[in-house]
Write a new protein. Structure first.
Lengths: 349, 72
């Protein structure tokens, strides 16, 4: 079962209504939770990808961004319970999924890349000035023949695909240099040149891209503006790591030691607080973060004005320099975070 | 006053029908400022769903372009 809390104006928590939730609230997720691969979120929609290749979505669907036909919407524009994103054919199985502000991108087991929703800055990757697609559309001629997509990441307005040969392609808004030079919008997937290593993973922030090589090499690269000292504060190389994450303005690296390395924006307490217990997993939202400790506790900190970091908060909603524990009476096995939304995947039964 | 961020108007989206500029807010809603408010010298775009607000960065000469663009 999946619990959610936080911002819910369009039903993106799948709790059956559009009221914010200030404590973990049971969602309508219809499947067992042991097979959940990832939870991704746009501004007002959420997509859960299962290891079986099925995807379930909830939230705003005015433009088909959930990969679900309009007529399935509860009130014509929003879905407030999880419904299956069927894909092109009933039997399409997905292996990767990411979301920009108003779109979703799926990669099939056959390495076909599809997008749906709205992308005014090239987020759909479907071609020059194609800003809307109410159904899933295949991004043509991508990836190059013989290559697989091994990782997919997105933030507000851009998407990155890491390929099996270590190359990274990006599309969407590149005006801050987040898709490399020249800094411009890319309407179709474009290879990011001059990455000095073979990439194996990437995450996106609002105006930047964070690309990493194999964990044992310590290689990493930040593309975009040096806002909040994201580039100038970054360590030269990374210690051995197991997971990477990015909020809109900060970068998070969970080290193999269980320690959390983070840098960038911290005015709402977004960065990892001191004295965290050893961590097993992290999940990073727009301006807040979650961590699952080795002992099974779920911790949350950062900007929590919508209840997404639990209680208590400072008067402005921040959980700064400290964390709240998000408690549920089930064992939490995985976590997720979106735009002021937090997700706890708990063992069934 | 503390702003969530300072955003260049070129990075905002203009809604011709509503005659306003908007930009995503990390809560899922969006910061909005109307053309009329911009014309009156207002530079703060607010989010209807939370307390965050942004300062809109633009040059006076751009505003003329914006108005021309908005009425065309």
């Amino acid at each position: 079962m999946i619990y959610a809390l936080g911002s819910n104006g369009a039903g993106q928590l799948a709790t059956g209504n559009s009221e914010d939730a200030h404590s973990p609230t049971l969602t309508s997720f219809p499947r067992t939770s042991d097979g959940i691969q990832s939870i991704v979120a746009g501004g007002n929609h959420t997509v859960v990808l299962c290891k079986s290749g099925e995807a379930y979505a909830t939230g705003e669907n005015v433009d088909g961004r959930c990969g679900i036909p309009f007529q399935s919407c509860d009130d014509k524009t929003n879905i407030t319970t999880f419904q299956q994103s069927n894909g092109i054919e009933q039997n399409t199985t997905w292996k990767l999924c990411s979301a920009t502000w108003e779109s979703t991108t799926f990669v099939s087991e056959q390495n076909e890349v599809y997008s749906c929703g709205t992308g005014n800055k090239g987020e759909l990757g479907l071609g020059e000035n194609i800003t809307s697609s109410t159904t899933l559309q295949l991004i043509p001629n991508f990836p190059p023949k013989g290559l697989q997509v091994i990782a997919l990441a997105a933030s507000m307005n851009h998407t990155l695909a890491v390929l099996s040969n270590g190359e990274v392609y990006g599309w969407g808004n590149g005006r801050k240099g987040q898709l490399g030079q020249p800094a411009m919008i890319h309407w179709t997937p474009c290879k990011i040149a001059n990455i000095p290593f073979e990439a194996i993973n990437a995450v996106c922030g609002r105006d930047f891209s964070y690309i990493v090589g194999p964990p044992e090499t310590g290689q990493h690269l930040i593309l975009g503006a040096d806002k909040w000292s994201l580039i100038s504060q970054a360590p030269k190389t990374l210690p051995p790591w197991m997971q990477i994450g990015a909020s809109w303005g900060s970068i998070f690296v969970l080290l193999k030691s269980g320690q959390l390395l983070s840098w960038g924006r911290n005015d709402h307490g977004q960065l990892g607080p001191d004295n965290l217990a050893p961590l097993e997993k992290i999940a990073v939202g727009s301006e807040h973060a979650l961590a699952l400790t080795n002992s099974g506790k779920v911790l949350a900190w950062g900007w929590g004005e919508h209840g997404n970091c639990g209680e208590p908060t400072e008067s402005n909603g921040d959980v700064k320099g400290r964390w709240n524990e998000l408690a549920v009476d089930k064992r939490c096995v995985a976590i997720g975070a979106g735009c002021a939304t937090s997700w706890l995947v708990c063992a069934d039964g | 006053m503390s702003y969530y961020d300072e955003i260049e108007i070129e990075d905002m989206t203009f809604d011709k029908k509503m005659q306003l500029y908007h930009y995503p807010c990390p809560c899922g809603d969006r910061f909005e400022i109307s053309l009329g408010d911009l014309r009156d010298g207002e530079e703060v775009a607010v989010c209807p769903s939370c307390s965050l607000m942004i300062k809109v960065i633009f040059e006076a000469v751009c505003v003329i372009d914006i108005f021309l663009c908005a009425i065309s």
